[in-house]
Design a protein around this ligand. Structure first.
Ligand SMILES: C[S@@+](CC[C@H](N)C(=O)[O-])C[C@H]1O[C@@H](n2cnc3c(N)ncnc32)[C@H](O)[C@@H]1O
Length: 191
């Protein structure tokens, strides 16, 4: 049975209730601007990608919710791609940069998604996963709420996500500020 599309229900209101993305830190960590392609995995309405528009040669927003993706249509420079993060419909090495913001904890198969983002990332390319920092007690309430709302959430510590990426051959670094953690992964120049 397909799971309930919580985000499809939220889609018409999402950009009004979730504040506009402050992407300065994310852009710096992922290495923008670039003339290459940027993929935003679990990019939803394009809230984050919109704030990055113009900083990459091409921006693709991938999400499993058509209703969320349909909200990208009013945002110039974004290309929607309906897809599961665990099965990205792109060739190996297609993207110089990959970001995933506030989506990792919602994924059905987190390990498979990390393998996929590394696969579609170009050699020497860069990936940044941005998540609420579950190491911070303030985030525990969000985790409890999402569990109650049956949102399939599974929060992992930044260091755990980094270790999973390292097991796939990437070099990683973990950065924190307030209630946010960023996991930066560099893919090896050749494999
Ligand atoms: C909290 S929203 C974040 C959206 C966007 N990254 C942002 O920060 O505005 C999480 C998004 O992840 C998407 N998502 C959840 N599981 C997914 C999966 N397995 N494959 C693709 N997208 C997924 C949801 O549809 C939703 O749009």
């Amino acid at each position: 049975m397909p799971s309930l599309d919580h985000f499809g229900l939220l889609a018409p209101h999402y950009d009004r209730f979730i504040r506009p993305a402050d992407v300065a830190r994310l852009a710096g960590l992922v290495g923008l601007p670039t003339s290459g392609r940027l993929l935003d995995v679990g990019g939803g309405t394009g809230r984050v990608a919109q704030a990055l528009a113009g900083q990459a040669g091409c921006i693709i927003v991938a999400d499993e919710s058509w209703k969320m993706l349909s909200r990208t249509r009013d945002k110039p420079g974004l290309n929607p791609a309906a897809s599961h993060a665990e099965r990205l419909p792109f060739p190996n090495g297609a993207f110089d940069r990959v970001v995933m913001v506030d989506a990792f904890h919602h994924l059905a198969d987190q390990e498979q998604c990390l393998a996929e983002v590394l696969r579609v990332c170009a050699p020497a390319g860069r990936i940044v996963v941005e998540e609420p920092d579950i190491a911070r007690p303030g985030v525990w309430a969000i985790a409890a709420f999402e569990r109650l709302a049956l949102m399939r959430s599974r929060f992992r510590r930044g260091e755990t996500i980094a270790r999973l990426l390292e097991q796939l051959g990437a070099q990683t670094a973990v950065h924190r500020q307030d209630a946010t953690v960023w996991i930066v992964a560099l893919k090896a120049a050749s494999n």
